[in-house]
Design a protein around this ligand. Structure first.
Ligand code: SAH
Length: 508
């Protein structure tokens, strides 16, 4: 008997609702499943941000792409799901909004059942409810609407949708939400009016909901068609009909300082969440697209020798939060007790590094007023004479730090590489679309290496179309080198980066 076949793991498919686009509207369960999936099958409506929750090893299959002139057909999608699961993989089929709300989720589940593949359904936040909410439209209201009706207005092979019960809908006095209705809008409005609905009934069309580019056009059944045409509304959009559309007092999205701004954050994955969180709190849409990955390099003779002879040094210098983390992991790896550091004086380059150090219960003795290598070197040079100093840092470190110390002292410097940065990119991000077509407003760079990683990931991009917010001088110089339009934070801190984004917003 074939042993391998016999023990082959059974695969499984999870039909996961991705929510309307804002990645924070994904469910906790959906996020966990994405992080565990071997294969992620997605289409156009699944927000980019949601896709970033996939694990590093995950394979992404885009079934929303137009191959030639036609989209991947439903039958092909079904085949892909069955095939991947048969191979024993954990498959997440990611579907915009909720999988069972006009998402053909039922069809896919039926096919899986037929093929004997186990599956689970993970509901999602449907656009029908969340897109209005992000525009301050409550789909029900005690005074204005006591029922909610979600209707597909999908055109079948060029024909108008024929199964919509306009007569009943015209009389319900609830909120009507039409999905897939951009091209059939005139037909919808005309039929509702024909069946007796007041032409003055408030109506709205809501485009690209829950993203920085979300738009709301409000009118009446009579005027909405013209208004939508003037505004050149595109899919995806939903149409809402009912008194609730007239409600303006609950608008909140645009009230936040960075609303409408989409920012790409390029820090390594483990470090991007704090900055991303700060930006989201101010209302920005943030796409975390790490341009570099940190690769610790501590398993070598040189690092072990330094750690075992740490008594020899009088100073230790950290030049990034990453350096602190990698150094601490190395201590753990070599089972070096932290008490062996107690004699050391500690210098850090800036507040971020100081914070990372404090998390380990240590407080820096020296931090320059201006947070860069040059000023750190100068400050150290002033206090040093002929001590031994240890600088565990990136393989390619800023030479100015060393130069400035040497200018002013006789210190013996151990410049110890403990990590390297590798370039990184997500296949599902189309940089041309983001920057040349203006989907993203700014990219944020927090180090020169993130600039270089970005340039590598975005090869072929017209860099003059890119606007970048840079944390400091060196980072800005790296971005200028590619012809990127650059703006620099007043101080090299994440807080100052957020402040810079707000400054830029004021110029809009
Ligand atoms: N299952 C999805 C709907 C799929 S049908 C859900 O529950 O939301 C696709 C339609 O959903 C689009 O044509 C559009 O009408 C609507 N839609 C999905 N995401 C949207 C968004 N972010 N903004 C506006 N409409 C959206």
């Amino acid at each position: 008997m074939n042993y391998e076949q016999n023990t082959k793991k059974q695969g499984k498919v999870w039909l996961v609702g991705a929510g309307p686009s804002d990645q924070e509207l994904l469910t906790v369960k959906g996020k966990r499943l994405l992080s565990e999936a071997d294969v992620i099958v997605y289409d156009r409506l699944a927000g980019q941000g949601v896709l970033t929750y996939g694990a590093e090893h995950a394979e992404y299959i885009d079934v929303g792409k137009h191959s030639g002139n036609h989209r991947v057909r439903q039958s092909e999608i079904n085949q892909i799901l069955v095939r991947e699961a048969m191979e024993g993989k954990k498959v997440v089929r990611l579907k915009g909004g909720d999988p069972f709300v006009f998402g053909r989720g039922a069809e896919e589940a039926e096919e899986l059942k037929k093929a004997g593949i186990p599956f689970e359904i993970v509901p999602g936040v449907t656009s029908a409810v969340s897109v209005p909410a992000y525009q301050g439209i409550p789909v029900t209201h005690r005074d204005a609407a006591s029922s909610l009706h979600i209707i597909t207005a999908h055109k079948k092979e060029g024909h108008e949708p024929d199964e919509i019960p306009f007569r009943e809908l015209a009389g319900v006095k609830g909120t009507l939400v039409f999905l897939m209705g951009v091209s059939t809008l005139p037909f919808l409005c005309a039929n509702l009016i024909r069946e007796g609905m007041d032409p003055q009934t408030p109506a709205a069309i809501l485009e690209r909901g829950t993203t920085a580019r979300q738009r709301k056009i409000t009118g009446t059944l009579e005027t909405l068609e013209t208004l939508a045409k003037e505004a050149k509304i595109q899919t995806p959009a939903i149409i809402v009909v009912g008194e609730v559309c007239a409600c303006r007092s609950l608008e909140w999205y645009d009230k936040r300082p960075l609303a409408g701004m989409k920012i790409m954050v390029t820090r390594p994955k483990e470090q991007s969440s704090r900055l991303a969180g700060m930006l989201r709190e101010e209302g920005a849409e943030v796409l975390e697209a790490p341009a570099i990955r940190i690769v610790p390099e501590v398993e070598n003779e040189r690092v072990s020798q330094v750690l075992f002879h740490i008594q020899k040094y009088q100073w230790i210098v950290f030049t990034s939060p990453t350096g602190v983390e990698v150094f601490w992991n190395a201590l753990r790896q070599y089972r070096v007790d932290v008490r062996s550091l107690s004699h050391l004086r500690i210098a850090v380059i800036g507040s971020g590094t100081a914070r990372a150090l404090e998390a380990h219960g240590m407080y820096a003795d020296l931090m320059p007023e201006i947070y860069d290598g040059e000023h750190l070197g100068a400050a150290l040079g002033e206090v040093l004479s002929d001590e031994h100093i240890l600088i565990p840092r990136a393989k390619i470190g800023n030479p100015e730090l060393i130069r400035e110390i040497q200018k002013r002292s006789e210190a013996v410097i151990e410049d110890l590489p403990i990590y390297d940065t590798h370039y990184e990119a997500y296949g599902f991000i189309n940089y041309q679309e983001e920057f040349e077509q203006g989907k993203t407003d700014y990219v944020m760079f927090t180090s020169a290496s993130t600039v270089r990683g970005f340039a590598q990931a975005a090869k072929g991009l017209d860099f003059s179309k890119v606007q970048a917010l840079c944390i400091g001088k060196q980072t800005k110089a790296a971005a200028d080198h590619y012809g990127i339009q650059t703006f620099m934070a007043e101080q090299p801190t994440l807080e100052a980066m957020v402040a810079l984004a707000k400054e830029r917003k004021k110029t809009w």
